[in-house]
Design a protein around this ligand. Structure first.
Ligand SMILES: C[S@@+](CC[C@H](N)C(=O)[O-])C[C@H]1O[C@@H](n2cnc3c(N)ncnc32)[C@H](O)[C@@H]1O
Length: 205
């Protein structure tokens, strides 16, 4: 059993976590259609995307994570919209211009970003959150050399239209983490998409 299989089966990792608030907030910028969730874990974002009407491909190396994610999708009544792919996301052959939304949370896809961005359709949206290097202590996440540095994700996505970028620390005193977070859309020629479901309140932008 892999480390992640053990974490999932022991219940140490949330079995049915809420989707990322930043994803739920920005999804209206994305076209409807097909989504890819890389390193889905227990399906936090893939199940949410399916409930929003997307056909979802979800990749993870953990069979146990995918088992729980499948159950979460069934409980939400969206199992028919989800394809669970047990694969190594670092070696995966990402299809080109296929997805309207791609999400990656807490997994280092940084070295495959060129292929991940190429997998977006024109106008499609990327949400990527990863662990950051920090001078202060963190209690979880990968070692420093596997963390992104200041503005790494931002710089690597400047060929997209960046809607949101933030570096932040989170967690309680004994559960501290550091993250970089980006939402960006793939430009269409010399134009870019705007929200198609409702207007975002400019006061909170
Ligand atoms: C911190 S969890 C994040 C899970 C999910 N994205 C979330 O936010 O709840 C990291 C996930 O990456 C998966 N993972 C680790 N290495 C992987 C690889 N090479 N290919 C695919 N998945 C991998 C683990 O199985 C685990 O589900």
């Amino acid at each position: 059993m892999s480390t992640w299989d053990e974490r999932f089966s022991s219940g140490r990792y949330p079995q049915n976590p809420d989707p990322d608030p930043i994803l739920t907030r920005y999804l209206e910028w994305a076209p409807d259609g097909r989504a890819l969730d890389i390193a889905t874990g227990t399906g936090r974002n893939s199940v949410y995307l399916a409930t929003q009407g997307y056909e979802v491909d979800a990749i993870d190396q953990s069979i146990e994570g995918l088992r729980i994610a499948r159950q979460n999708a069934a409980d939400a009544g969206v199992e028919d919209q989800c394809e669970w792919i047990n694969a190594d996301a670092l070696a995966f052959t990402y299809p080109r211009a296929t997805y309207d939304v791609i999400t990656v949370r807490s997994f280092r896809v940084f070295d495959r970003l060129t292929d991940v961005k190429a997998a977006l359709r024109s106008g499609g949206m990327l949400y990527y959150q990863d662990h950051m290097r920090t001078a202060e202590g963190v209690d979880y996440g990968p070692p420093t050399e596997r963390r992104v540095g200041a503005n790494d994700i931002l710089r690597s996505c400047l060929d997209l239209t960046v809607l949101h970028y933030r570096e932040f620390r989170s967690g309680s005193e004994d559960h501290r983490g550091a993250y970089a977070q980006l939402v960006a859309t793939k430009t269409v020629g010399d134009t870019q998409p705007h929200p198609h479901r409702r207007t975002i309140d400019p006061a909170v932008e």
